[in-house]
Write a protein of this length. Structure first.
Length: 152
């Protein structure tokens, strides 16, 4: 039951960043430390399921009339063109940015997911870097929390 609760909360957190999945995950692991691995997997998978919607939204963002007009401005168009060239010419740049954003949260991963969609980053690059980055982030949060709880 706790697994499904964490999964649902992490999907909600991915869509609405005001929900703090790290805090929810830490509390869940403190209640069921034997299920730590499963709970980290639930949080990771749930986050990526939610972030896929942000990615997909970024892919289709230019269909909105207001956004389409903004993207036609020369300054914005030039900036996106530079980012697109960087992303195309250096796949490690894109994967690195996605991984850092997923693992550390700077820039926020929801923003990075939208940009990845807009720049047409291959889905498998987005998904795998996010899965690994989010998994490491949640594992670090849970490990740190359990270590602190054992001190007291």
């Amino acid at each position: 039951m706790l697994f499904w609760s964490v999964l649902g909360a992490s999907i909600g957190s991915a869509l609405l960043p005001l929900i703090n999945i790290e805090a929810i995950l830490a509390v869940a692991v403190s209640r069921a430390p034997e299920a730590m691995g499963a709970l980290v997997v639930a949080a990771t998978v749930g986050q990526m399921l939610g972030k896929i919607l942000w990615y997909w939204g970024g892919m289709n963002l230019d269909r909105a009339p207001w956004v389409h007009r903004q993207l036609q401005k020369p300054k914005v168009e030039a900036s996106l063109s530079r980012w697109h060239e960087r992303a195309e010419g250096r796949p490690w740049f894109t994967a690195g940015l996605l991984f850092v954003s997923a693992a550390i949260g700077v820039p926020p991963y929801a923003v990075t997911a939208v940009l990845a969609g807009m720049l047409r980053v291959p889905f498998w690059v987005f998904f795998l870097t996010g899965l690994v980055g989010r998994g490491l982030r949640f594992w670090a949060v849970v490990s740190g929390t359990t270590s602190l709880l054992h001190l007291f």
